[in-house]
Design a protein around this ligand. Sequence first.
Ligand SMILES: Nc1ncnc2c1ncn2[C@@H]1O[C@H](COP(=O)(O)OP(=O)(O)OP(=O)(O)O)[C@@H](O)[C@H]1O
Ligand SMILES: [Mg+2]
Length: 208
Amino acid sequence: MKVLCFASQKGGSGKSTLAASVAVAARQAGERVVVVDLDPQGSLAEWGRMREAKRIVFREVEPSALVRWLAETRKVKAVSLVILDTAGTFGPEVDTALKQSDFTLVPVRPSALDLRAARPTVERLKSLGRRFGFVLNATNPITQARTADALAALEAGGLVAPPVADRTDLRDAAASGLGGVEVNSAGKAAAEIAALWQWASAQMETST
Ligand SMILES: Nc1ncnc2c1ncn2[C@@H]1O[C@H](COP(=O)(O)OP(=O)(O)OP(=O)(O)O)[C@@H](O)[C@H]1O
Ligand SMILES: [Mg+2]
C-alpha cells in the first residue's frame, strides 16, 4: 500500500483540488483508493460524501489518529493507495502526514509570492528527510513564459511534476464530487491530471 500526500503551508495552492482529481485518475488506472481528509476544515467532506458511491472511499481522520489508522488500513489488502489531503497550516499534525507518506506533492501557484510561500514546507520536508516534488498548479495556459519561469525556479529546489493549468473542469469537479478527469474525460484537465498521477506513481515506485 502506497501513501501519497498533498501538503503546502500556503492556503489555496490546490492541495484538496489535486488530491481529489488525482484520486479519480488513480482509480481509473486500477488503484483501490482511500482519500483521507486531515484538514479540520473538512474541505473535501462534501466531495467525499458524493464519492462513496463511486468506488473511492473517503475518510475524515483526526491527525492524532493517523498513524494507527494507517496501520489498520495496511492490513486491508483491498486498499492499494491512500491519498492524504492536509491542512494549509504548519505543525505536528502535518508532520505526521509527511512522515507517513511515500511521496509528497507540494502544489505551488506560479507567482513569486507563492514560490516563496512554499519554502517553509520544503524546508520541513527536507529536515524530515522525506521525498517530495513540486507541482505547478493553476498555470495560465496563455502566458507560457511565466509558467516556464516558475518551473525553472522550482527545478532549482527539487523534483518537479508535470504542471496543471487553471481549468474550469477542476473547479467544477470539486463541487460535483467528480475528479477533473470525469467532468470532461477528453479534456485538457483530464490529460494533465492523468500525467500528474503517472508521474507521482513512478516516484512512489522508486521510493521503495
Ligand atoms: N488547477 C486549477 N484550476 C482551477 N481552479 C483551481 C485549480 N486548483 C485549485 N483551484 C481552485 O482554487 C481554490 C483553492 O484550491 P484548494 O481548495 O484545492 O486549495 P488548498 O490548497 O486545498 O487550500 P487550503 O489550504 O485552504 O486547504 C478552489 O476554489 C479550487 O477550485
Ligand atoms: Mg484544502
